[in-house]
Design a protein around this ligand. Structure first.
Ligand code: GLU
Length: 421
């Protein structure tokens, strides 16, 4: 029987339902309805004039799920299939992620329905600038602070900042309107690497807690982009061996290990892991099922599903991506004794360092990369252990424990605001 892949929003709502069930009795009953609904859900139609001289129509979305803890925070996703529902689910995930990792933000997300790989650099810039002009009313240090996500990067955040500052008639913006921007424009060193480094920090803590050796452990990374490649590099520094990597175009494998720096060079030259000379080609779907100690899905959503969860042969799944494991697959992995480090914990390093960028810009300070990395390492370790302890105490999965902590924090803020009695 084939199962339809659940959407990101369905995954998020199921995870929320499980968390509210666990919290039952600790917060008012009407909470569940409140937490399901975003504060704001915007659809935009934009039609920038591209380099062929013609106007092209694009849909874009901005969702602010919560403002209970502070301004909404979350990246801009640019993919051909991103939908308003995806953006709503991702914005909701950002709410729990920010609350869990302890930064004073609510969850938000944007989406632009476009293929970032197919657009030439000039057209992508034009599209980002046009999106910014259309979304300007929804962006600001007190409302929604965007950042990079799948399909967007540091350079795009530079264009976003420039478009905003010209629209506002200021050489620079007062306060932080966007994170993940170039350092020269008020960005913070180490932001680009933060998500991947955070994934590695969680993996190392998890292996210790599970009583497994870090040095010599084997890893497979799905998605060798900004998150997966940095996680692989950071793990290699601990002696972890990368034995497989995949991306949209293909996958490579070698049981003895792939040289991470050489693979990165190959990707920089060719745009894909495919064809890496010292690896063997393998089907990307099959790579997920190869035995290894650590599997880090760091690409798209709903990759580990009821279809393939029984075939996953990793000891530990580290979710570098948002929502890569469906709730049904979660249950299958748990029944097989496979530990999953949930996305809202595992990939929270990005938004944590975004918070450092936000405070740095607000206070007109400068932080060094070493300081950023030390703070990131400390926060990830501390939060990982908090989640781990709760999961042991209550005998629940790490995902349920992380969701419990995130949702409970948001409820506490809503009660303190008098929004819940
Ligand atoms: N896009 C990243 C995420 O999903 C980072 C968001 C941010 O820094 O605001 O966590």
């Amino acid at each position: 029987m084939t199962h339809a892949r659940p959407t990101i929003l369905q995954n998020s709502l199921t995870n929320l339902e499980r968390a509210t069930f666990l919290i039952d009795g600790e917060v008012p009953a009407e909470i569940s309805d409140k937490l399901r609904q975003p504060v704001e859900r915007i659809e935009l139609s934009i039609d920038p004039q591209l380099s062929d001289g013609r106007r092209h129509g694009y849909c874009a979305f901005v969702v602010r799920h919560s403002t209970a803890l502070g301004p909404s925070k979350g990246g801009i996703r640019m993919t051909p299939s991103v939908s308003l529902d995806d953006v709503s689910g991702l914005a909701m995930e950002m709410t729990w992620k920010c609350a869990l990792i302890g930064v004073p933000f609510g969850g938000g997300k944007s989406g632009i329905v476009a293929d970032s790989e197919q657009l030439n650099p000039l057209d992508k810039e034009t599209l980002i600038r046009d999106f910014t002009r259309h979304a300007i009313r929804h962006i600001g240090p007190q409302t929604y602070v965007p950042a990079p996500d799948m399909g967007t990067n540091e350079r795009d955040m530079g264009y976003l900042k420039d478009t905003l500052s010209s629209a506002l008639g200021q050489a620079t913006t007062q306060g932080c309107y966007v994170t993940g921007k170039p350092v020269i424009l008020g960005g913070i060193p180490g932001r680009r690497e933060a998500t991947g480094r955070g994934v590695a920090a969680c993996v190392v803590e998890a292996l210790k807690r599970l009583g497994r050796k870090v040095e010599g452990a084997t890893a497979i990374v799905q998605g060798f982009g900004n998150v997966g490649s940095v996680a692989a590099k950071a793990l290699a520094e601990y002696g972890v061996r990368l034995i497989g990597a995949s991306d949209l175009h293909g996958a490579v494998y070698h049981e003895k290990g792939l040289q991470v720096a050489a693979l990165e060079d190959h990707v920089n030259h060719t745009g894909t892991v495919k064809g890496f000379p010292s690896g063997m080609a393998i089907d990307p779907a099959e790579l997920l099922t190869v035995p290894c100690d650590i599997l880090a899905p760091s690409a798209a959503a709903s990759q580990i599903t009821a279809e393939n969860a029984a075939k996953i042969s990793a000891g530990l799944v580290a979710e570098g991506a948002n929502s890569p494991t469906t709730p049904e697959a979660d249950d299958i992995l748990a029944s097989r004794g496979i530990t999953v480090i949930p996305d809202i914990l595992c990939n929270a390093g990005g938004v944590y360092v975004s918070y450092l960028e936000f405070t740095q810009e607000t206070q007109q300070e400068q932080m060094s990369e070493q300081e950023v990395n030390d703070r990131l390492q400390r926060r990830m370790t501390e939060k990982f252990n908090e989640v781990w302890r709760l999961s042991e105490e209550r005998k629940i999965s790490l995902r349920d424990a992380a969701m419990y902590l995130g949702v409970k924090t948001v409820c506490t803020a809503l009660i303190a605001r008098g929004r819940l009695s």
